[in-house]
Write a protein that binds this ligand. Structure first.
Ligand SMILES: C[S@@+](CC[C@H](N)C(=O)[O-])C[C@H]1O[C@@H](n2cnc3c(N)ncnc32)[C@H](O)[C@@H]1O
Length: 190
């Protein structure tokens, strides 16, 4: 098994030529697995990993273990594309009383707000569904870089790697996503 492209926490999203992993069998993933546990793949079997709007479903300790296992599964020089809602954007929009945040919530998330205040929205954004953690770039770097990932912040659908271009499901018009390409450094320590 080598040269795989693996989508982690894929839900109903499908990419041609990729292996899709999710815990929920209703999505009929290629591999049904709980990603809070070790990944069911051998070392260095993957060229590319992709995960969008999944890591918030793990606690920060589970995310740390998940990233370590992603690093194990990637070959040296392999890349993980990671998207997650951006805590920094959420907080900035709250502080600036940017009501586009509420438009976005009501249009894209649709969970009713009782008061429709930005404060209630921030609370709901952090606690709704099975959400367990909410990241900014600094925190993700603090988790990923010591493991041996070289982290590059990129834009929507932007990547130096053609295999990772065009995968993003959420744009700045419909989400507050953070877009990262995380390269497994081939350094001797990792
Ligand atoms: C918000 S959806 C994102 C789906 C897709 N990646 C997308 O961008 O639309 C989160 C997905 O993570 C999956 N998930 C949540 N906890 C999981 C776990 N512990 N192991 C594997 N998958 C999990 C859910 O079943 C769901 O399909």
């Amino acid at each position: 098994m080598s040269g795989l492209k693996i989508s982690l926490g894929s839900g109903g999203v499908r990419f041609q030529g990729w292996t899709h992993v999710d815990a929920d069998p209703q999505w009929q993933p290629d591999v049904t697995a709980d990603l809070s546990q070790p990944l069911p793949f051998p070392d260095a079997c993957a060229d590319f990993l992709q995960s969008e709007d999944f890591i918030g479903q793990l606690s920060i300790d589970q995310a740390d273990a998940f990233f370590r296992d992603c690093h194990r599964v990637l070959r040296a020089g392999g890349v993980m594309r990671l998207l997650t809602p951006d805590l920094a954007q959420l907080v900035a929009m709250y502080q600036q009383r940017d009501f586009r945040l509420r438009d976005l919530w009501e249009r894209e998330v649709g969970i009713p707000l009782r008061t429709r205040t930005l404060g209630e929205l921030v609370h709901k954004a952090i606690t709704f569904a099975q959400q367990q953690s909410f990241y900014d770039e600094e925190t993700l770097r603090a988790l990923l870089e010591p493991i041996g990932f070289v982290v590059k912040r990129v834009g929507y659908q932007q990547s130096d790697f053609v295999e990772l271009q065009g995968l993003d499901q959420r744009s700045p018009d419909n989400a507050i996503s953070l877009y990262l390409d995380c390269v497994k450094s081939p350094g001797p320590d990792h």
